[in-house]
Design a protein around this ligand. Structure first.
Ligand code: MG
Length: 350
C-alpha cells in the first residue's frame, strides 16, 4: 500500500534541524486574514479582532495511535490535521491555523518526512488553515506527532458540551462505525500479507470503510449549514471515541440523561455487509467504534422542522432528565444503559 516512488534516502542528519525545518516548510504560504506572521520568526502573530479564539491540541504516537504498516505517511499527516480540525468544528468554530511538531528516530529518511508533510499540507489546503509554526526534533524510537489547531468564532456561536436541555433532540451527522471496521479489515489484510506477501487483496468491497479509517474528513461544513438553517446547536461534540461515549459526555456535561434509538443510528450499507462477514454486531460497532469525526449535537425541538429531511443530519434520540439515565432503546423496544466503551475495550473482544 505504501508507494515506493522515491528510492532516494537522505538521512536526517544530512540536513540538520534548521535545514530540515527550512526544507519541510519551504513552500508554505498563509491565506487567513488573522495570520499576521506565520513561520519564520520566534513566534507566529495572529489577530482575531473581536472574535473568540478556540485552541485544541492532540498527540499521536507510532505503535499506540497508528501503525505505519498500513497507514501511509501521507495519510497519517492528513489524518493528524483532520483530527484536530474536527475538535475546532466541534466547538462550532472555524479552524484557521495549525502548528505541527514532529519527533522522529533516524530510521526515517528526509523523504519520509516529505511524504508526511505532503499529507499535512494537503489537509491544510483542503480545510483552509495556515501552518504557522511547529518544531522538528529527534526521538529515540519511532514517530511522535503533535498538532495544535486554532480556530475563531463569534462568542454567541460557540457551542459547548454543556448547554443541552431535557427536551432537546440528539442529532448526528453522516454515519458511524465505518472507520472502526476499516481498521479491522486493514489488520486482517496485514496478517494475510505477513503469511503470504504475494497475496494481492481485493479491497474494493471495503473501500468506504478503509477510506473512513485512513482518510477521515472533519465536518467543517456543518457550522455554515446550521447557520443557513438558522439553527443554533445547544451542545456539541465530535465523534472521536465512539457515539456511546460522546453521548455520555454531552449528558454528563449538561446534567441530563438521554434516549438513543437503535433503529435510528445511521450506518453505511457497506458496514452492514462487512459486519456480517466478520460476524460482529452492527450496533456494537456503531456505538463504540470511534474515529468517525462526525459531529454529535443537540437542538431545540422547535428547530426540528428546519433540519428535517436534510441528508447531513439524523435525529437519533432525545435528551431526558438526568434521573431517567442514558439508555439505548433497542429495536425490540427494551432499554439498555449506554456504557462508555472506547476503542480498546472493543478491540479486546468485549
Ligand atoms: Mg473532541
Amino acid at each position: 500500500m505504501i508507494e515506493d516512488k522515491n528510492q532516494q534516502r537522505t538521512s536526517l542528519s544530512a540536513l540538520g534541524e534548521f535545514g530540515l525545518i527550512g526544507h519541510l516548510t519551504r513552500d508554505i504560504e498563509t491565506s487567513q486574514p488573522s495570520t499576521l506572521k506565520g513561520i519564520g520568526d520566534d513566534g507566529a502573530v495572529l489577530d482575531f479582532k473581536d472574535k473568540k479564539v478556540v485552541v485544541s491540541t492532540d498527540l499521536v504516537i507510532e505503535g499506540v495511535h497508528f501503525d505505519l504498516a498500513y497507514m501511509p505517511l501521507k495519510h497519517l499527516g492528513y489524518k493528524a490535521v483532520v483530527v484536530n480540525v474536527s475538535d475546532i468544528c466541534a466547538m462550532n468554530a472555524t479552524p484557521t491555523q495549525i502548528t505541527v511538531s514532529i519527533a522522529v528516530s533516524n530510521r526515517f529518511p528526509v523523504e519520509a518526512l516529505d511524504e508526511l508533510y505532503d499529507g499535512i499540507k494537503h489537509a491544510a489546503k483542503v480545510y483552509g488553515v495556515d501552518i504557522v509554526g511547529g518544531d522538528t526534533t529527534s526521538s529515540q524510537k519511532g514517530m511522535i506527532l503533535s498538532i495544535t489547531a486554532i480556530g475563531e468564532a463569534e462568542a454567541e456561536d460557540i457551542t459547548y458540551r454543556a448547554g443541552a436541555t431535557s427536551t432537546d433532540l440528539l442529532i448526528v451527522t453522516g454515519d458511524v462505525g465505518a472507520a472502526y471496521m476499516g481498521l479491522q479489515v486493514l489488520e486482517r489484510e496485514k496478517q494475510v500479507f505477513q503469511v503470504n506477501p504475494n497475496n494481492q487483496p481485493d479491497l474494493d468491497p471495503y473501500n468506504y470503510l478503509i477510506e473512513r479509517q485512513l482518510k477521515p474528513e472533519a465536518r467543517k461544513d456543518i457550522k455554515a449549514i446550521l447557520k443557513a438553517l438558522e439553527v443554533q446547536p445547544t451542545s456539541m461534540i465530535d465523534v472521536s471515541d465512539g457515539l456511546s461515549s460522546e453521548i455520555i459526555h454531552l449528558c454528563k456535561n449538561s446534567g441530563l440523561g438521554a434516549s438513543l434509538y437503535e433503529e435510528k443510528i445511521p450506518v453505511d450499507p457497506q458496514l452492514i455487509n462487512v459486519c456480517e462477514e466478520f460476524n460482529i454486531d452492527i450496533t456494537t460497532v456503531a456505538l463504540n467504534g470511534g474515529e468517525d469525526y462526525e459531529l454529535l449535537f443537540t437542538i431545540k425541538q422547535a428547530d426540528y422542522d428546519k433540519i428535517k429531511g436534510n441528508p447531513n443530519f439524523t435525529v437519533i434520540g432525545h435528551m431526558t432528565e438526568e434521573s431517567a439515565g442514558i439508555n439505548l432503546v433497542t429495536r425490540a423496544n427494551t432499554q439498555i444503559p449506554l456504557k462508555a466503551r472506547g476503542w480498546n475495550a472493543l478491540s479486546e473482544g468485549e
